[in-house]
Write a protein that binds this ligand. Structure first.
Ligand code: FES
Length: 113
């Protein structure tokens, strides 16, 4: 929703992931948001959400190794920054779309940005 000079997140498509107590460090899961599969990661106590598709050959990112704020695609090894979706290593060059996360009353939600 555009509002004046800035844009508010579209929380109308907010999707409940679950209680944060059930999403410990190292957690990975996928939820559908606005018709696309979104990967949710708890990396060192911080939640991240990004489209669950590598931009190299459309392979799911779910289950990839996570370290130093990056997830590694298991197919050919491209790494993506969790916070920004930027491709950090070849063979991927395009970023992965990121989604918003928020915790309300102890429950994690994901929404399109
Ligand atoms: S499909 Fe992910 S690096 Fe090739």
């Amino acid at each position: 929703m555009a509002w004046g000079w800035f844009t508010l997140p579209d929380v109308s498509e907010r999707v409940k992931v679950g209680p944060v107590t059930e999403l410990p460090g190292g957690y990975q899961g996928a939820v559908e948001v606005a018709g696309v599969s979104v990967l949710v990661v708890n990396h060192e106590g911080q939640f991240y959400a990004l489209r669950n598709n590598c931009t190299h050959k459309d392979f799911p990112l779910l289950g990839g190794d996570v370290s130093d704020g990056r997830i590694t695609c298991e197919k050919h090894g491209a790494k993506f920054e969790l916070a920004t979706g930027k491709a950090k290593t070849l063979p991927a060059v395009k970023p992965v779309k990121i989604f918003g996360t928020e915790v309300e009353d102890g429950v994690l939600y994901v929404f399109p940005l």
